[in-house]
Design a protein around this ligand. Structure first.
Ligand SMILES: NC(=O)c1ccc[n+]([C@@H]2O[C@H](COP(=O)([O-])OP(=O)(O)OC[C@H]3O[C@@H](n4cnc5c(N)ncnc54)[C@H](OP(=O)(O)O)[C@@H]3O)[C@@H](O)[C@H]2O)c1
Length: 417
């Protein structure tokens, strides 16, 4: 049950706005002509709390049913009290979504209400979404202090799709536009997504929806790692660790396009691929230690691997060079010893930045890399596939039962429609 749909706490200012949202949520016309707006907000908040409780104890409920049972209730049922009615035949619009009900639990594929949008949001009919490491890490709960999620939770940080509806403040797109972007609240493993209009861009016309869904997180991470944090310039040399991965492949293409010399570490299998996207030297990390192979020091290291790889990277940086890590904090003791700078980045997505990347994709300067496309309901297998790079996270094992041999590079995509 989607709490956003009826919790009007800070979202509405006028009675007609409140009435419009509640009408959609309840599936029948509703008017609050004589009621102060504060009272309407309070009412919707209580309904939202109640629905959350129903959801937690595992009952399927709808607002219309609840309302007829409790009237305009002012108290959420006490935990442990079973619902007194059977809530069936909801008249509201529903959609299929993949959800996690508890940390570390199985993903479930079922019906949830279609989200409604705020004034600065759009409703997107999702065509494809992509799987990221972050989805599994968040679901496992292992990083819940810094990456908390609201359960039940719909995963998915990026998508492509068609604009279905726009909020009253949105002027950058219209229904029917093909778009791609990063999420700004709810997740994208669903048939519909409410997302801030500021986080999307027009889908490059030469990309399929599957290809476009694989772009937003990895490409923007690469862009911001290289240019916002690493200040990479023409004729500098960059070493990219994990160069054939989703982020690394964009980093190699963007750095090479910017006129830098690109050296990458990767598995031997990915050598030819990396050369085809702009790397001038590829070091097989399974066979050799990069600090022993490199003949000259580099201006920048982009670390997409972490651990010992990051530690050894200080040995290959020129004085004054930059280490940008997307995986873990950088030791400031080490940076001082080696007279370099180092920062851990966190992606700050934007529609404008993605639009810039979209133009490079459209003109063929860079290209996406999709490894496998799964059907929406086959998400559990998709997670098993990506777990090869995340042993132990969310109870997954790369060699465990059902784990498929993954293509050596490229993103895992879910086809939703
Ligand atoms: N901070 C942020 O905002 C942000 C944003 C996006 C991603 N990330 C993080 O960035 C990292 C990379 O993400 P991704 O999506 O690109 O992952 P990915 O697609 O799984 O790529 C990881 C790559 O690293 C390679 N690799 C593994 N061990 C290596 C080693 N010791 N030396 C060199 N290469 C090695 C893997 O090759 P094999 O599979 O052949 O071993 C794989 O190609 C992840 O940790 C992700 O969570 C952070």
């Amino acid at each position: 049950m989607n709490r956003r749909e009826i919790d009007l706490a800070g979202d509405v200012r006028t009675m007609p706005e409140a009435a419009e949202i509640l009408t959609e949520a309840l599936g029948r016309p509703i008017a609050f002509a004589q009621t102060p707006i504060e009272q309407v907000r309070q009412y919707s908040k209580e309904m939202a709390v109640m629905l959350e409780w129903f959801e937690r104890v595992g009952y399927s409920a709808d607002i219309a049913g609840l309302e007829s049972e409790f009237g305009r209730a002012h108290e959420a049922p006490r935990p442990g009290t079973p619902p007194r009615a059977h809530w069936a035949n909801s008249r509201r619009a529903h959609m299929k979504a993949v959800r996690l009900l508890e940390y570390g639990g199985q993903l479930v594929f079922n019906d949830v209400p279609t989200p409604t949008i705020a004034r600065d949001e759009i409703l997107v009919k999702i065509r494809s979404t992509a799987v990221n490491h972050l989805d599994l890490v968040e679901a496992s709960g292992m990083a819940r202090q810094i990456l908390p999620i609201d359960l039940p939770w719909i995963p998915g940080h990026e998508f492509s799709g068609i604009v279905e509806q726009i909020g009253s403040d949105v002027a950058t797109c219209v229904p029917g536009d093909a778009v791609f972007g990063t999420t700004t609240g709810m997740g994208a493993y669903a048939e519909y997504l409410a997302v801030k209009a500021a986080a999307i861009a027009k889908k490059p016309s030469n990309l399929s929806f599957e290809g476009a869904a694989s772009v937003p997180v990895a490409s923007q991470t690469a862009w911001q790692g290289l240019f916002t944090h690493g200040h990479l310039e023409k004729e500098q040399t960059i070493l990219i660790h994990g160069g054939a991965g989703a982020v690394g492949a964009y980093a190699a293409q963007l750095a090479s396009h910017a006129g830098a010399t690109v050296i990458a570490t990767a598995s031997g299998d990915d050598k030819a691929y990396l050369k085809s996207i702009g790397a001038s030297q590829v070091i097989d990390y399974r066979e050799a230690q990069f600090e022993k192979v490199l003949r000259e020091k580099v201006d920048m290291v982009f670390d997409l691997v972490g651990g010992d790889t990051q530690k050894r990277s200080f040995l290959v940086l020129k004085e004054g060079g930059h280490l940008v890590s997307a995986t873990q904090p950088v030791s400031q003791e080490e940076t001082a010893i080696h007279r370099v700078s180092g920062v851990m980045m966190r992606l700050a997505p934007s529609g404008d930045g993605l639009g810039r990347i979209g133009r490079l994709l459209e003109e063929g300067t860079i290209r996406p890399d999709v490894a496998t496309v799964y059907a929406h309901q086959d998400v559990a297998q998709a997670w098993k596939d990506i777990a090869g790079n995340l042993p132990g996270v969310h109870g997954m094992s790369p060699s465990g039962p059902g784990a498929a041999k993954r293509k050596s590079h490229g993103k895992i995509v879910l086809r939703v429609a």
